[in-house]
Ligand binder design. Structure first.
Ligand code: SF4
Length: 102
């Protein structure tokens, strides 16, 4: 079983290629990983060599996964990614609105 609990729907077909398959899930849920990058080091090393890390990260962001390392990112790092994307989307909307009003 991989860290995702062995789900195998089409939506999660990428998990068949997960580098974490067969590894202990605990590796991906280190204590205090949000504030301590060292704690997530082992999981991040596995994710760095994973062929589907992008899909994994986007899935975790889409479902707002609150725990664990997904796609090489801790929960706190995913929150920062989401905030950056929201700010970028807001800037793009503002730029479009400004362009439309000219
Ligand atoms: S990126 Fe990491 S957590 Fe995601 S599937 Fe790959 S090894 Fe597993």
């Amino acid at each position: 079983m991989d860290q995702h609990g062995g789900l195998s729907t089409d939506l999660l077909a990428w998990q068949r290629h997960a580098a974490c398959r067969g590894l202990e899930a605990e590796i991906f849920y280190p204590p205090d990983s949000d504030g301590d990058d060292e704690a997530a080091f082992e999981a991040k090393a596995v994710c760095a060599a994973c062929a589907v890390s992008g899909e994994c990260l986007e899935y975790a962001i889409a479902v707002r996964e609150k725990e664990g390392v997904w796609g090489g990112q801790t929960a706190a790092e995913r929150v920062r990614i989401i905030r950056r994307r929201r700010r970028a989307a807001a800037r793009a909307r503002n730029a479009q609105a400004a362009a439309a009003s000219n």
